[in-house]
Write a protein that binds this ligand. Sequence first.
Ligand code: XMP
Length: 317
Amino acid sequence: DWTPDSFVESTVDELKAKLGNDKVVLGLSGGVDSTVAAVLLHKAIGENLHCIFVNNGLLRKNEFHSVLQQYEGMGLNVKGVDASARFLSALAGISDPEEKRKAIGRVFIEVFDDEAHQIEDAKWLGQGTIYPDVIESVSVNGPSVTIKSHHNVGGLPDFMKLKVVEPLRMLFKDEVRRVGASMDLDPELLGRHPFPGPGLAIRILGDITEEKVRILQEVDAIFINGLKENNLYDQVWQAGAILLPVQSVGVMGDERTYENCVALRAVESTDGMTADWVNLPYEFLQKTSNKIINGVKGVNRVVYDISSKPPATIEWE
Ligand code: XMP
């Protein structure tokens, strides 16, 4: 019978036998899958697992530092690489959603390849691929999607010539969470909402600037922290804020303002393929809207997205 404990035990044994004294490189995304994969590999091969966590500058507010600290606290051998400036400069002037994804994928591969080269004699690439990724061949989360969709651009980067080890290949998402829980991973980490690999880039409609990223990070943090404080976070499958390329008129004191509009989005779903908007309490929406408008300079209007998928998608790009 499959149990999380027996899975951990047998997988760690198999990984030990397969990997011996070899070094493994693994990209952490902050998400559940890559983290659980890393912890399993770490149990099997310890310091021979070399993790790389890239800051693309498009993560949630403070996320790079807090998640990196969490990884270090778990005993993982992890290198945090802040490549924000490189990503932002590659994105400058790009408004098309697919072009954004391509630019981010390309820079991610460059950064990851540079880092992987610094780990001498690495033999394997560890990945947090789960069963739905295998059958759909397109992951909804994490760096695997960017890696896969860029196979054919200018030859393979060296790290993609490594042998691949994917300890979660046969598991569904809920099983990954149970495996994580049986290894005592932080419940908060295991319960995290999915977050797209391109991050806030696809929640800033139009071109991306550092200032827009900062505004959206502030708005998103108010919304997400509010969900947590009001015990709504776990009732929602995914939530976030979108910075619209729309300015509208407002008043502040005697002055007219002409500033940005943000949309809040919260959905219920099981797999992201279909989704319903969540009926968040009006009082919560009211407080959140006030906090955002009073607290984030540059925003004077907040709207709530009441569209379901299909026909709307979860993200706006
Ligand atoms: P949509 O917008 O297609 O999103 O309804 C479904 C799920 O996929 C996530 N998503 C992405 N994840 N790279 C990712 O890693 C992407 O380019 C991407 N686009 C959408 C989205 O956040 C939702 O969970």
